[in-house]
Design a protein around this ligand. Structure first.
Ligand code: NAD
Length: 339
């Protein structure tokens, strides 16, 4: 097959292309994302993308020979699944590649906030000032963590939280009673998880049901002084609501690996000049994100929770497996589920 691989560089490019070439595929690798303005050769039969690409109907129409789309990620909200299914294009993803990886990162964000690590490190680097003025934090032991979404990542978060001696409460649209018994935590209704959690951490997929799961309607139901951690997807949290809750001192902080309109933030000039769908709402979100970036009790990372050598190797192996199994049998190893 003629395979175009997007958003890939360095050792990952060598690793993936060597494996696919070994299986007889013709491979082109580029560092840019795939969207209607960055298209591969029209003869391309398979594309491998990552979050940040936008594989919409226009892209599919521009690639009439495309039979397979794989994403090297767990989330797949950057692919128009309905359009792909209508066009009989197969869809592969990476359902699991190291849920510990994202869970560990979530705790990185939690500790950064609970122990004020960023200002502590920054102060020493910038001024060599060893005072601990203003750096008092809080213990995790004995605090309550609310885990929203107890799937692969959420359950690792629960395991780690127990190691810190935290009380765990959880909410999931599809509670897993067996897991709750095995790991000894209670499922509680959503308003309760909001009301009792000192740390609220989100591990749900981005679906229409989880759009603005945390919003102006409920953010003030969160416990006063709580910190919010989002490593799931940006639009699970309504940015303007978060800004309000932080500015008004209701929340104690936020640790965000994902943001609404994070794609636009990566290339703001390009977004302003080229993005035809840019509207007032998008601009409001971008401005709200800039306000967040400036707040001292907010830490933001660039959608980096997945990014370890071990996790990436597992992601690449799964993507290779998806492409190779599709080429050999017409069925991908891990098809994107019908939702
Ligand atoms: P998963 O599918 O194993 O678990 C998701 C859980 O959310 C499930 O238990 C499901 O029942 C629950 N859920 C679904 N809809 C819900 C709703 N409306 N309300 C409450 N709960 C709901 O997924 P996972 O592997 O744990 O990953 C979770 C998300 O993390 C992914 O979808 C992805 O968006 C994000 N993610 C981010 C990164 C990163 O680098 N920041 C990396 C990997 C995954």
């Amino acid at each position: 097959m003629r395979v175009a691989v997007f958003q890939i560089d360095g050792w990952q490019k060598e690793y993936l292309s060597a494996a696919l070439v070994k299986f007889g595929h013709e491979v082109v690798c580029v560092s840019s994302s795939l969207d209607a303005e960055h298209l591969p050769d029209s003869g391309t039969e398979a594309v491998s993308v990552f979050v940040g690409s936008s594989v919409d109907r226009k892209v599919m129409e521009a690639l009439p020979n495309m039979k397979l789309i794989t994403t090297r990620s767990t989330g797949f909200d950057h692919i128009d699944l309905a359009a792909a299914r209508e066009k009989n294009i197969s869809l592969g993803y990476v359902p699991s590649y190291g849920e510990n990886t994202v869970a560990e990162f979530a705790f990185g964000l939690i500790l950064t906030l609970s122990r004020k690590l960023f200002p502590a490190i920054d102060r020493i680097k910038e001024t060599s000032d060893f005072s601990f003025e203003g750096l008092e934090g809080f213990d995790l032991k004995g605090k309550t963590i609310g885990v929203v979404g107890t799937g692969r990542i959420g359950r690792h978060v629960i395991r780690i939280a127990k190691g810190f001696g935290m009380e765990v409460v959880a909410y999931d649209a599809f509670p897993n009673k067996k897991l709750a018994e095995e790991m000894n935590f209670p499922y509680v209704p959503f308003p309760e998880v909001l009301g009792v959690s000192d740390v609220l951490t989100l591990h749900v997929p981005y679906l229409k049901e989880t759009h603005h799961l945390i919003s102006n309607d409920n953010i003030f139901q969160m416990k006063k002084g709580a910190i919010l951690i989002n490593t799931s997807r940006g639009p699970v949290v309504e940015t303007e609501a978060l800004v309000r809750a932080l500015k008004e001192g209701h929340l104690g902080g936020a640790g965000l690996d994902v943001l609404e309109e994070e794609g636009a933030l990566k290339d703001e000039m390009g977004f302003v000049l080229k993005e035809k769908s840019a509207n007032e709402e998008s601009f409001r979100k971008i401005i709200a994100n800039h306000i967040l970036m400036d707040l001292p009790n907010v830490v933001i990372t660039p959608h980096n929770a997945f990014n370890t050598r071990e996790a990436i190797t597992r992601i690449l192996d799964a993507d290779i497996q998806n492409i190779v199994s599709f080429a050999e049998s017409g069925a991908v190893e891990s098809p994107i589920p019908e939702i």
